[in-house]
Design a protein around this ligand. Structure first.
Ligand code: FAD
Length: 378
């Protein structure tokens, strides 16, 4: 008898999503895949059933993203739309916000982007200056954001800003839902050297007028909690993205190394080719174990425990992915750099998981300070 870490249900979900991914494959049309996956209920597996979701958790959603990635067709917006925005709205949104947004996020007919990064506040999100002030019953939101993914295809962007605390006068974090075509909400596509269908944007918010109902939660004091509620799923999902991509690359390299014969045996028989691929496979499997731990803790409601595990999983997966892709490209020799084999563009794509949503250095800082209790340099 084989004992599995994953339940039978989870393995069935993996197999079904893998079959969908294989039908679409690399070079897929992400809109067609998005709508088919939405129709099958995969995009909203983590969202509450009462609002059209599958009633599962980040465990299930990470399986969906990993398997699509392993088939060569990752959907980056899964990290943002159902995982961050869906989670924040499900946990902290008003009843009205839940009813307005969750069914569409769950079936994929609506999409939400997430903007926190600013030109002067990347790794240091304490420095964000996007600020909302009251104007009668409305809010006026002003500031700038960079590198926000998918704003053009998203119906709205969940923007992290600050408002002044009425009692202390200090600025506290808050989240606003900003519909795409709101006057004063401008976007410019950033020219990225990334071969991905989802684009990144610089956003300008110039006194964007928003109704009171645009503030997530409707004005209670949960701004920071709301933000953290979205960040752990984001890290777990980025791990899934990286593990899927790494698996895709290793699989292509293994296929190639089994056949390609330069001397008398296939190159996969040379340990200089076989061992790094075996190592890459082990590293991806280890990263997946940590991702499963993080997702299990998060889904069980242990936000603090999930925080540490999600950071470690994102780190491990980002490193494993970058090494796996590098080794896969190398395994194909010159073909590793051709468009026909399509692996070289993964070199830049794999770097994303080392940088976003939180860089490898900031995770090493987190583990140094929070886990090991070492002093801070900054
Ligand atoms: C493809 C892509 C998609 C993205 N999508 C989104 C999105 O949808 N929404 C969004 O809000 N953002 C998004 N981002 C932005 C991403 O989250 C940021 O790029 C990331 O947080 C790093 O910020 P930064 O680029 O400003 O780098 P910086 O903060 O300027 O860091 C630069 C380098 O310095 C290092 N560094 C900084 N501080 C320290 C320190 N204290 N100790 C050691 N090293 C340090 C970093 O590790 C990094 O290597 C995306 C980025 C990319 C590349």
């Amino acid at each position: 008898m084989t004992t599995h870490i994953e339940s039978e249900e989870h393995r069935a979900l993996r197999a079904a999503v893998a079959a969908l991914g294989t039908r679409h494959g690399r070079g897929h049309d992400h809109r067609a895949l998005w709508s088919e996956a939405g129709g099958l209920g995969y995009l909203g597996v983590n969202l509450p059933e009462a609002y059209g979701g599958g009633g599962g958790g980040i465990t299930e959603l990470s399986i969906v993203l990993e398997e699509l990635g392993a088939a060569g067709c990752p959907l980056l917006m899964l990290i943002v739309s159902p995982a961050i925005c869906g989670t924040v709205i499900a946990r902290f949104g008003t009843e009205e916000q839940r009813r307005t947004w969750l069914p569409g996020l769950a079936d994929g007919s609506r999409l939400m982007a997430f903007g926190i990064t600013e030109p002067d506040a990347g790794s240091n999100s304490h420095r964000i200056t996007t600020t909302a002030r009251r104007d009668g019953a409305d809010w006026l939101l002003s500031g700038r954001k960079v590198f926000v993914s998918g704003v053009d295809i998203a119906d709205a962007t969940l923007v992290v800003g600050r408002t002044e605390d009425a009692r202390t006068g200090r600025l506290k974090p808050c989240l606003f839902i900003v519909p795409r075509d709101t006057p004063g909400f401008g976007r410019r596509k950033i020219d990225m050297e990334l071969d991905a269908q989802e684009k990144q944007f610089e956003l300008t918010l110039d006194d964007v007028r928003l109704p009171a109902g645009a503030l997530v939660g409707g004005g209670d004091d949960a701004g920071l909690l709301q933000l953290f509620a979205g960040l752990n799923p984001e890290r777990i999902m980025t791990a899934a993205f990286a593990i899927g991509m790494g698996r895709y690359a290793v699989a292509r390299a293994v296929e190639y190394a089994r056949d390609r014969t330069v001397w008398t045996s296939p190159i996969g028989a040379h340990q200089a080719i076989a061992h790094p691929l075996a190592q890459a496979h082990i590293d991806l499997e280890l990263a997946r174990l940590m991702m499963q731990k993080a997702a299990a803790l998060y889904d069980a409601g242990d936000d603090a425990g999930a925080g540490e595990a999600a950071n470690m999983a994102k780190y491990a997966a980002g490193e494993a992915c970058a090494r796996a892709v590098d080794q896969a490209v190398h395994t194909l020799g010159g073909n590793g750099l051709t468009r026909e084999f399509g692996l070289a563009s993964l070199i830049t794509a794999a770097r994303v998981a080392r940088i976003a949503p939180v860089s490898r250095e900031m995770i090493l800082n987190y583990v140094s300070h929070q886990t090991l209790g070492l002093p801070k340099s900054y």
